[in-house]
Write a protein that binds this ligand. Sequence first.
Ligand SMILES: NC(=O)c1ccc[n+]([C@@H]2O[C@H](COP(=O)([O-])OP(=O)(O)OC[C@H]3O[C@@H](n4cnc5c(N)ncnc54)[C@H](O)[C@@H]3O)[C@@H](O)[C@H]2O)c1
Length: 583
Amino acid sequence: MALDLTPEQKAAGKANFEQAAGDLARAGKMNTMAVGGTPPDPEKPDRRDFIKVGLAAGAVVPVSAAVYYGYQSWKGNKAVRTAVIGCGDEGGVLVGDHNPEFNEVVAVCEIRPTNMKRIFDGEPNGPRKGLNKLYGKDTAAKIAKYDNIDSLLADKDKLGLEMVVIATPLNTHDVIAKKCMDAKLHVLCEKLMARTITKCKGMIAYAKEKGLLLSIGHQRHYSTLYAQALEVLNAGVLGDVKHIRAQWPRNNSFLFTASDAEKAKFAPGFDIPYYRDGWCKPILKEDADALPSEKLKELAFGDVNQYGFNDVKELVRWRLYDKTGGGLMAELGSHQLDASSIILGHVHPLAVSGIGGKYFYGPGRNDRESDDGVFVTYEFPGPEHPKGAKKGKNENDIVIVTYSSFNTNSFEDYGECVMGSRGTMILSKEAEVYLYKEPEPGKANSGGRDTKVTVSTGGKGAVMASTSTWGGGGGAAISKAPGASAWDSAVRGYRTEMEHFAFCVREWQKLGKPVSYEKDEKGHGLKYADIIPRCHGEVAMADAILALTGNMAMAKKERIVFEEDWFKPESAEVPETKHAKKA
Ligand SMILES: NC(=O)c1ccc[n+]([C@@H]2O[C@H](COP(=O)([O-])OP(=O)(O)OC[C@H]3O[C@@H](n4cnc5c(N)ncnc54)[C@H](O)[C@@H]3O)[C@@H](O)[C@H]2O)c1
């Protein structure tokens, strides 16, 4: 993420973060707010104590996610009977990371035969472990298989289904979620919430009307790494934050290659990708044979122009088309803008402008409708702004959040860099967090990339101090936390997101009434916030507004001012009415 940090400087930044979190926890300052914005409940176990327990000798050992997110009382509950709809790349990750103690996968629904196989077989390496490995072959053989959602839902009672996980292409989210809610099933749907904000509002209204849980898979809401970073940020150690730089660079510009054995599996009549790019995969014969266009149109939920796929190529490469996907902003940017709005206290942005488009791919070379490079600038209210977290009076308290993603260079890591007047925090690859102090003018060793940080909490707020340098690689030596791998589930949040959802399902069943989205007496949050998933409809819709309005600003080359009514589920106002580019 940071362009030129050495491994030693990274280790120092990591150790600094651990030291700061430890100092704050020991001073009782690590209880401000958990990711999701719900303040701790005085009636519930105090998170400070749990964080302290994990803080021997200044090192941060991630606290149990169950404790942090308030579902440590799960023991004794039966796993929630779950169907997974859409068993592609992300369905495979979710299945690979789910905890069978919380979710028992009793059915899967998938229209591509190759992905139906893969959800059982898994992959030799990586996060898609497969149902056979997770449940054992004999038990996995009893998991019901469907290639049609209506047939799955018709068997709902026979299967004893309680919830679904939806991981299908973006254009199908709202229609599939509504069908499942019609069948009285709780819904955990992958991001982006829906292809338009009108559809997001429709999903929220449906969940409320049916009294069901609806959550969207922006997993950073369940990342203990982000939760801890937020606690440190909220203590104020970074001073005045005026800029967040978020980015997701990738390189999908190398030529596609395949062995003869692989080529033999490709469907004739479809182009072979020119570049190697996960958004533009080869079309496999097995899928093409099973899914002729007529069959796909039958599966289009009555409207092929909205919910369907004209052919198997559109199904497999759905991210390339405007009808079926939302481009880099929906696929990648939404996660990081979600993170930025969490960091800024769940505030809504004021305006967006940007430049983006298809600058690299073209005819015969992984052509697409979606963009391959975006650079977007959001104006967010700072805490003292009238629309900021503290509802202050300073109209000039603005935080600039930039987001970029390009398909042609991966030199930098993905992540978010939060820049304040007294320090910098870097969240890298959802797996690491680094903290540095700003140097003070004329004072040696008072800050920068190699200096050691401690935090004091006397006086007005938390303040970073730096008195010495780490020396050659010292940070790594003192850092007690094991290096979190990119697929460490406690950090990335997939497993926690599913566990908490299962917990919420059971809690509502115990209450014996439909899910209520009633506001609390102060009108700030939800009355039942503890048993509503953190990325519930309203939260996820805000992320969709950020991503999709960013696309509109780029398409029209305009600065778009966000309207508060767009964020209100009950209002009919949506950005696409005024700002969608007319064909
Ligand atoms: N949270 C994350 O980090 C993350 C990461 C990647 C993808 N995603 C999201 O997950 C969703 C799926 O993405 P993906 O990468 O897995 O795509 P994918 O194309 O690999 O998988 C989608 C699967 O859905 C299946 N499908 C389509 N229509 C269906 C229907 N009517 N019934 C049953 N199955 C159907 C497809 O055949 C395919 O196997 C997207 O919304 C994407 O944005 C989230």
